[in-house]
Design a protein around this ligand. Sequence first.
Ligand SMILES: *[C@@H]1O[C@H](CO)[C@@H](O)[C@H](O)[C@H]1NC(C)=O
Ligand SMILES: *[C@@H]1O[C@H](CO)[C@@H](O)[C@H](O)[C@H]1NC(C)=O
Ligand SMILES: *[C@@H]1O[C@H](CO)[C@@H](O)[C@H](O)[C@H]1NC(C)=O
Ligand SMILES: *[C@@H]1O[C@H](CO)[C@@H](O)[C@H](O)[C@H]1NC(C)=O
Ligand SMILES: [Fe+2]
Length: 510
Amino acid sequence: MPSNKEVGIVVLLKLRLEAQPGFPDLDWHCGDVQVRRSSEDPEVEVFPCHKWIRTADGNVELRNAKKVMCLKKKETLAILTNHRERDLPTKTTVYQVKPFLLINGPHCVDMSSVTALGPNFSYIRQRYPVNNVHYIKSFIERRTSWSSLQELETFFLFNGRENTIAKYVQAHWQEDAFFGYQCLNGCNPLCIRQIHNLPPNLSVTSEMVRPFLPEDSSLEQEMEGRHVYLLDYEVLDQLPANTVNDKQTYLAAPLCLLHYSRQGELKPIAIQVKILNRFLLILFWLHWLLAKMWVRNSDFQVHQLLSHFLRTHLIGEVCCTAALRQLPEIHPLHQVETKFSSKNHAVLTLTTRLLLFSCGESSPEGQGVPQSFQTAAEMCKFVTMVIFSCSALHAAVNFSQVCSVINKLTEVPAAMSRPPSQTKGSVSEEDIFSFLPEVNSSCHVLSVLSLLSQPAIDFVPLCSGATVKLVEEVWRELKMIAKDIADRNSQLELPYTYLSPDHIENSVTI
Ligand SMILES: *[C@@H]1O[C@H](CO)[C@@H](O)[C@H](O)[C@H]1NC(C)=O
Ligand SMILES: *[C@@H]1O[C@H](CO)[C@@H](O)[C@H](O)[C@H]1NC(C)=O
Ligand SMILES: *[C@@H]1O[C@H](CO)[C@@H](O)[C@H](O)[C@H]1NC(C)=O
Ligand SMILES: *[C@@H]1O[C@H](CO)[C@@H](O)[C@H](O)[C@H]1NC(C)=O
Ligand SMILES: [Fe+2]
């Protein structure tokens, strides 16, 4: 719009959408507003908006792009300080929080659906279409158990033909070393820890595991030498399990002892499955396979609920909501918030509940979130943790292929349909399948996971498109790390790509 008056330096720009007779009263999306001194002037001042504007809004005020990020104490002009103060009061009423499940548990944004967030804060994620979903769907009618390992192998084959990881999993899923591999390289690398003493609840003696240790050694010596590890799922103890297909499913709270061998392999050596106050040690071969399935089933629950949902999505959501409520948009922390806000909350809750169908009303324990910050350094550490959780950690625990699509059926059953039995002796193949979800419900989980694990078309890598110098430097460093990881992966039969910076997304989306 031309103006004859000299306006001086433009620091704040007002924009208004006016209804015109004869035109529908629609909302408009405004990207950047560009301002020039005259039509010939090559120099452009940019005023970013990136919002949907309505006629009811009246004047919307935009700041110059050079000053879209600023701390209060750095504001130099009264007009901008005022703008900053006007930007807050409505927000604490628009963005409310509520407890996620329990009053004293973690909180989430108080909105019933994604649409309640309004168009300024929602977007639709575009994904590539899934190619094998029809094959999976053809099994959805079947309400029986899987009939044999053979049948599963065929199913694997049709689902993972072009996928080298799937092929690898198909060939190795029953092996102990692959079980151990997944504790570190699977989708939930957060549960394993080194131990120097046996936990009191684990009824394993040194004698029991002697056959699995080097001949000249003992469990005590191995623990001392830092070769013994524990997977502990006691957090699941006493949790009520869900019903699937009108049938009760079962949750266990297993403990699994692992040994790092001199050949460099991490293998499980004892598994204790405890359910409803009953103990069970399973050490025979088919029993052993079953015991591993129980462990992996527990891992699935802990992975989805704690590692994935609580530690990445909920953390992100709580911090995002807090920033929206308490900080004007001009505050630099909004640059972080816009990068990780979990905009698909409703979809997410739905899918998480779906995936978690054995978890029931569990109580994710909020850990380590401070009540307040005393110093800038504390704040900095926390923000770093949040950025890490919503980018790298989420990428590591987000549905990595190894853990989900293919071996979800057997090796990592999403639900167990029988309690562990206390029978000694061997277990038949048929017995094994009686523990697994029925064909249709396992295929259901599988098709949901296939949908979720399709790559996004609009993938935004961590730190990309940075406008701030400091972030640009981090971006360059990340590129070098990505190259090192690519070099290392090229030597591996099963590459680990999830933590390569070019695979880490800028935000928690789903
Ligand atoms: C989007 O944000 C702008 C600027 O803050 C605001 O005026 C507008 O009302 C918002 N649009 C909607 C649909 O909430
Ligand atoms: C482990 O032992 C503690 C007490 O020592 C008990 O509270 C807890 O329920 C036990 N967990 C399991 C899974 O047995
Ligand atoms: C499995 O099939 C039964 C009967 O056809 C149906 O009631 C149930 O909802 C199905 N379950 C899933 C998860 O599709
Ligand atoms: C989650 O994993 C799927 C692939 O398994 C991928 O398409 C999606 O982009 C991932 N999301 C993030 C935020 O990394
Ligand atoms: Fe996620």
